[in-house]
Design a protein around this ligand. Sequence first.
Ligand SMILES: Nc1nc2c(ncn2[C@@H]2O[C@H](COP(=O)(O)OP(=O)(O)OP(=O)(O)O)[C@@H](O)[C@H]2O)c(=O)[nH]1
Length: 361
Amino acid sequence: MPPRKREYDEDDVRVRPGRSSRPRTRTRPKHDDAVDALVITVDRGRYGCVREDAPPDSPIITAMRARELGRKSVVVGDRVALVGDVSGDAGALARIVRIAERTSVLRRTADDDDTTPEGRLERVVVANADQLVIVSALADPQPRTGFIDRCLVAAYDADIEPLLCLTKADLAGPEAVVDYYAELDLPYVLVRPDSDLTELRKRLAGAISVMVGHSGVGKSTLVNRLVPDALRAVGVVSAVGKGRHTSTSAVALRLPVVGKSRKDPGWIIDTPGIRSFGLAHVSAESLLHGFPDLVEGTLDDPPNCGHTAADVDCHLDAWVAAGKADPRRLESYRRLLASRAGETDPRENSGGDDEPGAIIG
Ligand SMILES: Nc1nc2c(ncn2[C@@H]2O[C@H](COP(=O)(O)OP(=O)(O)OP(=O)(O)O)[C@@H](O)[C@H]2O)c(=O)[nH]1
């Protein structure tokens, strides 16, 4: 006679929920011995990390993502927990087992860089930045307010403080740019080849600052002045990163201590290949946060107003006509709205000076 099929009873039912309700973390290694580190480079699945409290000349720890992280991306600026070989010796490899909650995220345009698998999955390019330093030349090339406005929207959206860094102040005065942003209380610093960088360093101290700028504005010159051995740092990374430095990815550089100051001089994140930020994820209302001088003009607009020239009930045109905001600001806002909707080239990354309405001065 075939054995009778076993019938399930309450005991069976009880056992299973008992097991699965056990906290999942208990079944995982706890990594009590993990060390905290900051991700400073990302190159094809290898992450260059440093312990923030370690001396500046400590070696970069190369790490890979532990399987338990799943598909979570790791980006420059992430604060992570490392286990394994954290010595930073040649050939040593650590594992990233945790990523701390991010205080901010900056996203890039989709087409800027897809050299990492994470880049394709998620467009976050820098985590935990406190400040966005928008580097713009006052001449050669002309300042492009369209670009600056786009960066401001990205900064406000990500809850990151913007700082305008106006280079080539030996070639032209800042009046036109400063006047354009008069309503914004936007902090700015001027940089000349011979200027001392004390004011800028003060503003960078104790923070993680992302530097972004068009080609030719003097960003590399400035980064090299701020971190004189930046090239060496990148060279080390290059050796770690399988003999190649990804010029399009972001790199975090520790600012040197100047004089006897005990204050943390901060970090700058250079973004060589990132000319702009994607705004596709930013709503029309959030986009307006980059234009605080226009916000008041929309208070009587109907809900869901698109704020475009085609929205007949939009009050922005009347607001500008009444002299309450600069018409170039409205033009710039609407250009960003249109680029978000895919009506114009959203990249603004060519560096060309012939882009309509994007230039002042
Ligand atoms: N007059 C003047 N020229 C500057 C200043 N800063 C940089 N330059 C010059 O501007 C040119 C471009 O500078 P870079 O530092 O290469 O500019 P970049 O923004 O890094 O440009 P990419 O390398 O294309 O990203 C160089 O010839 C610099 O010597 C400045 O403050 N004043």
